[in-house]
Ligand binder design. Structure first.
Ligand code: MOS
Length: 745
C-alpha cells in the first residue's frame, strides 16, 4: 500500500500535472470533426434597434458558412424568455438574436460562422449593420434617481431585519459617524474566457463542452430553450479555468454555439474575446451610506446601513449587501435598506462573496472611522461590540471562532506595537499604516449526490456532476474517499464536471466542499457497507462475528476495531461478491448526519484581516507589504488547497482596495478599460507577504463533515483592512474603492 489520503493532509492537487502539462482540456480545446467557428458580432450602441443588416460582402467571404441574426435564426422552443436557469434572478433572461432591440452595449447581434476562426473574424468586419440609437443611461448617479425596492425578491434573498429604534438612538448617541462609501464595477476576469464547443453527433444528440460552473444547469437550459430532450444534451466541464461566479449562469456564447449547431447541424465552437468578457456579467457598482452611533466606550448604540446597487433594465439582480454589519455586531438599534438602480447594461451577477465583499468591506471602513471618532483601537472596537449570536436574526451560531481569529492574527501581525495616530509610523521615506477588518460569509449546504464504484482491481472511482472551478475539489474528494475506504490515492479516480454524473447544484456559494464532500463520504460509506456484507459472508471470515460499526477500513483492509489482527483484504471482499464492480450512489441533503435544519441556527464563516501598507509620501504609491488573515471555517480538509483559496481571496481583496474598477464611457454606454492591460488586477509585483491562519473551530452541526467552505471568505473585508491601513499611514480617508493615487494626492 502506498499513500492513503487522510482528511487534514496538505495534499497537492491531483489534477495539477494534467493542468500544467496541457493534458487537461478546457471548453474551447475540443476538436470534434468538421467543426465550424462562430464569431460574435457586438452592438456598438447601448440602446435602440437594428434597422438593417447588409451581409452580402460577409457572405461572399471565402469560408463563410452562415451569418445568423434575428432575421434568419430558426424558431426556438423558448425564445420568449419564459425559461429561467437555476441561478436566474427575477426578470426576463437575455436571449441573444431574439429580435431587433438592443438593451446594452456589445449585445451580440450576429454570429458569423465559418470554416476557420480567421475567416469568421474577417467576414464579421464586412457586416454592415445599421442601427437606430435611442437615449441610454449607464451613469449610476443618474440611475439613483430611479432607484426602487424590487417587489419580487431573488430566490434565497434575505432582506435585512430591523431592530429597536435606530433613528432615535443615533440622534442621541454621544459618538457618531455618518458617511457614504462607494465601490466601482468589477469584472471577474477568469483566465479561461467563456467558450463552448458543441459536438453535433448527427443522431439528435449533442455534447457541449462549456465553460460553466454548472453542467446540469446548462444542460437544462439548453434543453428547454432549444427544445432538446434532456438526455440528448450532455454538458461537460471537467476543467474550468477560474470563474469567480461568472460561470454560474449560462452565458451567451453557449446559446450562440448551440443555436448555430442546431441550425447548421454541424459542430460549432464559439468563444468570447477578452473584450466581450467585459460586456456580460460583472459585480454591480454600489453605494452605501453607513451611520454608526456609540457611547464613549465605543459600544454601538445605532447602526443605519442603506445600500443601492445597479441592475440591468431587464432583470433585477440582488445580493445581500447590507445585512452583514447588522448581523455581526451587538447593537440594540439597527436598520438597513436595500434598493436597485437600473442602467442600460447587461445584468450584473454574483462575483466572489456577492454582497458581502461589497457591503461588509464598506461597513468595515465605517467601523474604522467610528474607532477614530471614539478614540479607541480598531480591534478593541470589534471586541467591545462582539456578538456571540447572529444579532440580526437573533439566533445562535453553530460556531463562531472569530474571537480566536482576532487574537491569533493580531498576535502574529504584532498589532499591539501599533501607534494609534495617523502618520505616526514610518519606514525611511515611506509612511507605514496598519489597518484591520472583519470578514463574514455564509456556510451553506446544498443537496448533492455522488457515487462510488470499486472495480475488481481495487480501483475506486467517485463521481459527481459538480465542477472543480480551480478550487481543489478533485483533491479534496479523493481525500474523503480514500480516508473513508482506506484506499491509496494512486487507486482513486475522481470524475467531476459532467451532466451525466450524479446530481449537483452549480458550484458556487462556497458550498462545494461541504456538500459534495458529504455526498462522496456517504457514497463511500454505502460502498463500505456492501464490502462489509461480502467480507462477513466469506468462508471462515475473521469478521463474521463483528457488526458493521465494529469494522473499519484501513490501508486496503477491513479491520475488526476491537481486535485489529482480524482483518481481510478489501480486494478479496470485492472479488468474493463475484461482481465485476460494486457501486453505491447517495444523496447528501440538509438535516443529515447530526447537522441542524438550515433555520435553527446561523451558519457562517468568519475572518480577521490585518494589513500593513507603505505609502510613498510624495508619489502616493501604496504597497501592501503584509497581510495576516485568520479564518474560522470549521474543519479544514486540505490545508494546502485551503490556503490557496484564502490567498486568492486576499489577492482579489488587494485588487479591490487598490486596482480593480471597470470604467464606463457614458456617451457610448460601453466599459472602456475592457482588457487586462487597462483593467488593473494585482500581479506578482503587487503581492508581498500573505500569511493565512486557520483557527480551531470544531462544528458538528453546521454540515455533516463540519466543513464550512473557503472559496469566498478570503475576499470579504480584505479591502477594508488595506483602506484602513492607508488612512492610518496617511491620515487621508478614501471612501470610494479602489484607492488610486489620484485620490491620495
Ligand atoms: Mo460564487 S460568486 O457563488 O461562484
Amino acid at each position: 500500500m502506498t499513500h492513503i489520503p487522510k482528511v487534514g493532509q496538505a495534499l497537492s492537487r491531483i489534477d495539477g500535472v494534467d493542468k500544467i502539462t496541457g493534458k487537461a482540456r478546457y471548453a474551447a480545446e475540443h476538436f470534434p470533426p468538421d467543426m465550424l467557428y462562430g464569431w460574435i458580432v457586438s452592438s456598438p450602441i447601448a440602446k435602440g434597434k437594428i434597422v438593417a443588416i447588409d451581409d452580402a460582402a460577409a457572405r461572399a467571404h471565402a469560408g463563410v458558412v452562415e451569418i445568423i441574426s434575428h432575421l434568419n435564426r430558426p424558431h426556438l422552443a423558448l425564445l420568449d424568455h419564459s425559461y429561467k436557469d437555476d441561478v436566474a434572478v427575477p426578470g426576463s433572461p437575455f436571449r441573444p438574436l431574439h429580435d431587433e432591440h438592443i438593451a446594452f452595449s456589445a449585445q451580440p447581434v450576429a454570429l458569423v460562422v465559418a470554416d476557420t476562426l480567421e475567416a469568421a473574424r474577417d467576414a464579421a468586419s464586412l457586416l454592415a449593420i445599421r442601427y437606430e440609437a435611442t437615449p441610454h443611461n449607464t451613469d449610476f448617479d443618474v440611475a439613483l434617481g430611479e432607484k426602487f425596492e424590487p417587489k419580487r425578491k431573488r430566490s434565497g434573498f434575505q432582506a435585512p431585519k430591523p431592530r429597536g429604534d435606530a433613528d432615535s438612538a443615533l440622534a442621541a448617541a454621544p459618538v457618531r459617524n455618518s458617511a457614504t462609501y462607494r465601490l466601482g464595477t468589477h469584472h471577474h476576469n477568469p483566465m479561461e474566457m467563456h467558450g463552448a464547443t458543441v459536438h453535433w453527433h448527427g443522431d439528435g444528440k449533442i455534447t457541449v463542452y462549456d465553460k460553466t460552473q454548472g453542467a446540469q444547469n446548462v444542460q437544462a437550459y439548453l434543453a428547454a430553450v432549444f427544445g432538446f430532450a434532456k438526455d440528448d444534451v450532455r454538458v461537460q466541464n471537467p476543467y474550468v479555468g477560474g470563474a469567480f461566479g461568472s460561470g454560474l449562469r449560462p452565458q451567451y456564447h453557449v446559446f450562440l454555439a448551440t443555436l448555430a449547431a442546431k441550425m447548421l447541424q454541424r459542430s460549432v465552437r464559439v468563444t468570447m474575446t477578452r473584450e466581450q468578457m467585459f460586456s456580460h456579467v460583472h459585480r454591480p457598482q454600489a453605494i452605501q451610506h453607513v451611520s454608526l452611533g456609540s457611547d464613549e466606550t465605543a459600544a454601538l448604540l445605532a447602526i443605519i446601513n442603506d445600500a443601492t446597487t445597479v441592475t440591468s433594465r431587464f432583470e433585477h439582480y440582488m445580493e445581500a449587501v447590507c445585512n452583514w454589519g447588522l448581523m455581526n455586531y451587538k447593537c440594540d438599534n439597527a436598520k438597513a435598506d436595500y434598493t436597485l438602480a437600473p442602467v442600460d447594461t447587461y445584468t450584473p451577477g454574483d462575483m466572489r462573496a456577492p454582497g458581502a465583499a461589497t457591503g461588509m468591506t464598506l461597513f468595515e471602513i465605517a467601523m474604522d472611522e467610528l474607532a477614530y471618532a471614539a478614540g479607541v483601537d480598531p480591534l478593541a472596537l470589534r471586541l467591545t461590540n462582539y456578538s456571540d449570536k447572529d444579532a440580526m436574526g437573533d439566533k445562535p451560531y453553530t460556531s463562531k471562532a472569530l474571537r480566536a481569529a482576532y487574537a491569533e492574527a493580531a498576535e502574529r501581525f504584532g498589532w499591539s506595537r501599533r501607534t494609534a495616530a495617523p502618520r505616526s509610523m514610518r519606514d525611511g521615506g515611506e509612511l507605514v499604516g496598519w489597518g484591520m477588518a472583519t470578514g463574514i460569509w455564509d456556510a451553506m449546504f446544498m443537496k448533492t449526490s455522488a457515487s462510488a464504484k470499486l472495480d475488481a482491481e481495487g480501483g475506486l472511482e467517485v463521481s459527481c456532476a459538480t465542477a472543480d472551478i480551480g478550487t481543489g475539489s478533485y483533491t479534496v474528494m479523493a481525500q474523503l474517499a480514500g480516508e473513508t475506504l482506506g484506499i491509496a490515492l494512486e487507486q482513486i479516480t475522481v470524475k467531476l464536471g459532467d451532466s451525466d454524473l450524479p446530481a449537483a447544484p452549480v458550484e458556487g456559494g462556497s458550498w462545494g466542499a461541504a456538500s459534495t464532500g458529504a455526498a462522496v463520504q456517504l457514497a463511500c460509506q454505502a460502498l463500505g457497507d456492501q464490502l462489509y456484507e461480502a467480507a462477513r459472508k466469506m468462508p471462515g471470515s475473521p469478521l463474521a462475528d463483528y457488526k458493521r460499526e465494529q469494522v473499519k477500513f484501513d490501508e486496503g483492509y477491513l479491520v475488526a476495531i476491537p481486535s485489529p489482527d482480524l482483518r481481510l483484504r478489501l480486494i478479496d471482499a470485492m472479488r468474493a461478491t463475484g461482481k465485476p464492480s460494486l457501486k453505491a450512489e447517495e444523496t447528501a441533503k440538509p438535516g443529515i448526519g447530526g447537522m441542524l435544519s438550515m433555520t435553527q441556527k446561523a451558519r457562517n464563516t468568519h475572518s480577521a484581516i490585518f494589513a500593513e501598507v507603505k505609502v510613498d509620501e510624495e508619489l502616493g504609491v501604496v504597497r501592501v507589504t503584509r497581510v495576516v488573515i485568520a479564518v474560522a471555517a470549521g474543519k479544514i480538509i486540505n490545508p494546502k488547497t485551503a490556503r490557496s483559496q484564502i490567498l486568492g481571496g486576499v489577492v482579489m481583496g488587494i485588487g479591490m482596495a487598490l486596482h480593480e474598477e471597470t470604467m464606463m464611457d457614458h456617451r457610448l454606454g460601453r466599459f472602456m478599460n475592457h482588457s487586462l492591460a487597462e483593467y488593473h488586477i494585482p500581479v506578482n509585483a503587487d503581492i508581498d507577504d500573505i500569511e493565512v491562519i486557520f483557527v480551531h473551530e470544531p462544528d458538528p452541526e453546521v454540515t455533516p463533515l463540519g466543513v464550512k467552505g473557503l472559496g469566498e471568505i478570503g475576499i470579504v473585508g480584505t479591502a477594508a483592512a488595506v483602506a484602513n491601513a492607508i488612512f492610518h499611514a496617511t491620515g487621508k480617508r478614501v471612501r470610494d474603492l479602489p484607492v488610486t493615487i489620484d485620490k491620495l494626492l
